[in-house]
Design a protein. Structure first.
Length: 368
């Protein structure tokens, strides 16, 4: 299959009269495809089109004409809906091409900048020094989930990106939005427009708009009886995974198994033993795209508070159309609640849990 895809990309480039028999092109394609194959991933049509476009773009960067040198370091802005494989492709390219690179989630990268700014706050040009420090450590930066939410970060990241690119640092950005609509309707957005113009002028911009959401596909297909939930979530949300044992909602801390900006992993045993309520559940639904719950145990009327909280959680997240996956042994739901006092309420919740767990429900949420 790899040979067939490699041939497909090569033939496409040949039709453009872009390459002849240059061995470096073949090597580049092989390295990236073999990297993906090692993860048992075969790129779809849209992903192959992106690889073709990137390899053509990158080769022109590597081999400037005799009369004209490169005017920019060949940076990339990859955008499209969630779950289309943006992070996966950037990581494969990074692992295949670059040795002295750094991979960051956008929030992580902003934290790095803020920490560095604190160290040089007394300097007249602190952002210049921060960019210089980053450029010393990396030749290449991969920044995932690029997003702008306030004007302060907008001004900072715009200046740092321009400075790094001008210093010859290659940057790969992934985002859910085209550069032209970044920070749309934001306060004082006009101050960020030069940064948008710089990205559009100096980056290869590619829309990865494949029809299949690979993250959703993997979550839908994984068994609810999955024995290693942590391993599954680490692989599925590899670029965002945060190792932690608590999260904050409504200024209160609650236990969790892990989280990121996209998902929250809860333990039924731990979380629903806490005095949590509807306001907390609503905030969770607003803040996280996905909620995963594991560590279930059978309950009876000695666990009424825990069951009431769980029923309320199911009702609210169902109403809020929350994406959710529960992990429990096959057939467990039938014997989950063995009490009598909440039997009627539980029967409704059990029905909703069966619906929520279905692939049709999750796929419909994605479409709507």
């Amino acid at each position: 299959m790899i040979k067939r895809i490699k041939k497909f990309i090569l033939e496409s480039l040949l039709l453009k009269n872009f390459i002849g028999t240059d061995s470096f092109i073949m090597k580049d394609i092989e390295i990236v495809l073999e990297n993906l194959a090692s993860q048992e991933i075969m790129p779809d049509k849209q992903q192959r089109l992106f690889l073709e476009a990137f390899i053509e773009f990158d080769s022109k960067y590597k081999h400037p004409s005799f009369f004209r040198q490169n005017s920019n370091p060949g940076s990339l802005y990859l955008w499209g809906p969630v779950g289309r494989g943006k992070t996966l492709l950037m990581q494969a390219i990074d692992a295949s091409y670059f040795k002295n690179s750094g991979q960051f989630h956008f929030l992580e990268f902003m934290q790095l900048i803020h920490n560095s700014l604190f160290e040089v706050s007394s300097n007249k040009e602190p952002l210049t020094l921060v960019a210089k420090k980053i450029a010393k450590n990396y030749d290449m930066l991969v920044i995932d989930e690029f997003q702008i939410e306030d004007i302060a970060d907008a001004m900072i990241i715009g200046s740092v990106i321009e400075s790094l690119v001008n210093k010859g640092i290659r940057i790969m950005l992934s985002s859910n939005a085209h550069p032209s609509i970044l920070y749309r309707d934001g306060l004082q957005r006009n101050k960020f427009l030069p940064a948008i113009e710089f990205i559009q002028s100096n980056f290869m911009i590619f829309n990865l708009d494949g029809l299949e959401d690979y993250r959703l596909r993997d979550i839908v297909s994984v068994s609810s009886d999955e024995p290693d939930v942590k391993d599954f979530l680490c692989k599925t949300f590899s670029e965002e995974w945060v190792e932690c044992n608590e999260f904050t909602v409504n200024e209160r801390s609650f236990p969790c198994e892990g989280r990121s900006s996209k998902f929250l992993w809860l333990s039924f045993q731990d979380f629903f033993s806490e005095p949590c309520g509807s306001k907390d559940f609503i905030e969770i639904a607003k803040h996280y795209e996905w909620v995963f719950i594991s560590n279930f145990h059978a309950c009876d009327d000695e666990h009424l508070d825990k069951i009431r909280r769980f029923i309320s959680f199911i009702d609210i997240t169902y109403q809020e159309r929350q994406k959710m996956k529960l992990f429990y042994k096959d057939g467990f739901l039938k014997n989950f609640y063995q009490g009598a006092q909440l039997k009627f309420l539980w029967e409704r919740s059990e029905s909703r849990l069966h619906e929520i767990s279905s692939s049709g429900y999750l796929n419909n949420l994605e479409k709507n």
